[in-house]
Design a binder for this molecule. Structure first.
Ligand code: HEM
Ligand SMILES: N/C(=N/c1cccc(CO[C@@H]2CCNC2)c1)c1cccs1
Length: 362
């Protein structure tokens, strides 16, 4: 039927890429026959661990919005396809957080749970990232991360209660095959958090500001050869601007620029004093220095840009086209100081790749 024909087409394309890139052409025919037979007999097929691991890495290499792609081959892959019930899933997620954090020397890692297929509901992770701070609506404004207000309410509906501070770690929430969502606190001995301070100025007027060390995206779908891995949390390390120029700076996030500017003694009465720009730079200096002080991996946007340039050259040498989304690849701070700003990028979508779960092709 159509689905099986479509799946066979995607599977064939991926298996050709896999065998060609790894110099295994002589095994391609046999593998195609096995997969063709499995799809005809069962409506689906299974990736070997090597196909799964390479597919996850190529999906990163194809992520048009990612500036960090130089290290695509270095990601570690945990095969959790046999893990289906919720307490095993929680244990696997805790292990991901612990192993990837690696005492601060962060390891890029992906944990891949069973793919969606017709006869059983796959595990679904409700978190956007495994670690993120809660957001509470109170009568005098939002406490915590405004981006988390909706998810925080969902967690409270499931029975979770937070302390009510601006930096409460949210629980893990998963829905296994039986459909009932369950939540579980992350044990705080495995959570790496970095207190943010400026090296010379008291930019937060004594308020405690911190951020979690390891960004682990848990709401994207990994598509490899026509199979959809809807639960496949992956992490790298942060680029400083994500925290310093967006999460702590955006007006609809922690909105800390006015406070920082005040503390720096800047004139915030007029926009043309560029107080926002000066506050931004000092906030980003604070983030980078604080992570370095804490021994937690992070990259500044200039170094990340240089690494991306090496990635582009390397791909060119290997005869592959680098696709990218310009508006995402330029950093939000000093974008025109990067080579990325001054050239166009082809935003064609290649596969394997990571997609938003919402536009899942059912
Ligand atoms: C190793 C260090 C890494 C760095 C410094 C890095 C950096 C970034 C940055 C700054 C963004 C833009 C995020 C935003 O603006 O909100 C991004 C996007 C992205 N990265 Fe990377 N990345 C890294 C590793 C990875 C890994 C390991 C994967 C997957 C295996 C990955 C996949 C993606 C994807 C799919 C996006 C787009 C997300 C979206 O569309 O919302 N990255 N990356
Ligand atoms: N440094 C990172 N940054 C991000 C990578 C992907 C997505 C995001 C957050 O994206 C949100 C959705 C759109 N903007 C915020 C951040 C990584 C997370 C996981 C691996 S590397």
């Amino acid at each position: 039927n159509y689905d099986q024909e479509q799946l066979w087409k995607e599977a064939g394309q991926f298996l050709q890429l896999y065998h060609r890139e790894l110099g295994l052409e002589d095994q391609l025919e046999a593998r195609l026959q096995t997969v063709r037979h499995d799809i005809e007999k069962t409506g689906t097929y299974e990736h070997t661990y090597e196909e799964l691991a390479y597919g996850a890495k190529v999906a990163w290499r194809n992520s048009n919005r990612c500036i960090g792609r130089l290290f695509w081959e270095r990601m570690e892959v945990i095969d959790a396809r046999s893990v289906t019930n919720s307490e095993e899933v929680f244990a696997q997620l805790i292990e991901h957080i612990r192993y990837a954090g690696n005492g601060g020397k962060i390891k890029p890692l992906i944990t891949i749970f069973a793919p969606a297929n017709n006869d059983h509901q796959p595990v679904k992770i409700w978190n956007h990232q495994l670690m993120r701070y809660a957001g509470y609506e109170t009568e005098n404004g939002i406490v915590g991360d405004p981006a988390s207000v909706t998810f925080t309410k969902q967690c409270q509906k499931l029975g979770w209660t937070g302390k009510g501070t601006a930096f409460d770690l949210l629980p893990l929430v998963i829905q296994d095959g039986h459909g009932k969502p369950e939540w579980m606190e992350i044990p705080n001995n495995i959570v790496i958090e970095v207190p943010i301070n400026h090296p010379t100025e008291d930019i937060f007027a004594g308020h405690d500001v911190k951020w979690y060390g390891v960004p682990i995206i848990s709401d994207m779908r990994l598509e490899i050869g026509g199979l959809n891995y809807v639960a496949a949390p992956f992490n790298g390390w942060y680029m400083g601007t994500e925290i310093g120029a967006r999460n702590l700076a955006d007006e609809n996030r922690y909105n800390l620029l006015p406070l920082v500017a005040e503390q720096l003694g800047l004139n915030t009465k007029h926009l043309n004093t560029l107080w926002k720009d000066r506050a931004l730079v000092e906030l980003n200096v604070a983030v980078l220095e604080s992570f370095k002080q804490a021994g937690v991996s992070i990259v500044d946007h200039h170094t990340a840009t240089k690494q991306f340039a090496v990635f582009e050259k390397q791909e060119q040498k290997l005869g592959r086209t680098v696709t990218g989304k310009w508006a995402w690849l330029i950093p939000p701070l000093s974008p025109a100081t990067t080579h990325i700003f001054h050239k166009p990028y082809d935003n064609s979508i290649q596969k394997p790749n990571y997609f938003y779960s919402t536009n899942k092709v059912l």
